[in-house]
Design a protein around this ligand. Structure first.
Ligand code: ZN
Length: 159
């Protein structure tokens, strides 16, 4: 019998090990749609696809959540900012890193230009070298010492 015909095996891989349908299909050397059909047949709850897969590094496993402050967190087990007890990384960090082609430094932090915390389009993200510079910016803004930054320092339309 093939592994993916076994509900327990499939349950372990998909739910307990949190592998994606794509990863399981690769392990079995079959098409992803077959895995999807088995999950449906075995009544194993599917994670939402979200249309985000592939946007991040290959260790994408399909988990996101929004925290009370409105930031989106993405399951990333192998990321330097990820902890064993909390393997989630803010989405804006991942988007910026993907765009820059490098991990952000520990101190570096991302500001949302339009203040919408889940608007993680690259053109809405602004990189501060550290959190104190970021907070200083917000303080200056509150005191009306400066005009708001409106242009991303990561993304430019001209490339
Ligand atoms: Zn900010």
């Amino acid at each position: 019998m093939k592994q993916y015909e076994n509900r327990n095996w499939l349950y372990t891989m998909y739910i307990e090990k949190n592998l994606s349908q794509k990863s399981i299909a690769e392990i079995c050397g079959i098409n992803q749609t077959i895995i999807h059909r088995r999950l449906v047949r075995f009544n194993i709850p599917r994670r939402k696809f979200c249309g985000r897969a592939g946007k991040y590094s290959s260790n994408w496993k399909g988990g996101t959540y929004k925290n009370p402050q409105g930031y989106i967190f993405v399951l990333q087990k192998e990321h330097p900012r990820s902890w064993k007890t909390k393997p989630y990384v803010p989405e804006q960090i991942l988007i910026a890193e993907k765009y820059l082609g490098r991990y952000l430094l520990k101190a570096e932090t991302i500001h949302h230009l339009n203040n919408i915390k889940n608007d993680n389009r690259i053109e809405n993200l602004y990189l501060f070298p550290n959190e104190s510079k970021h907070q200083q910016y917000h303080q200056n803004l509150r005191r009306k010492n400066i005009l708001p930054i409106t242009k991303s320092n990561l993304f430019s339309k001209n490339g």
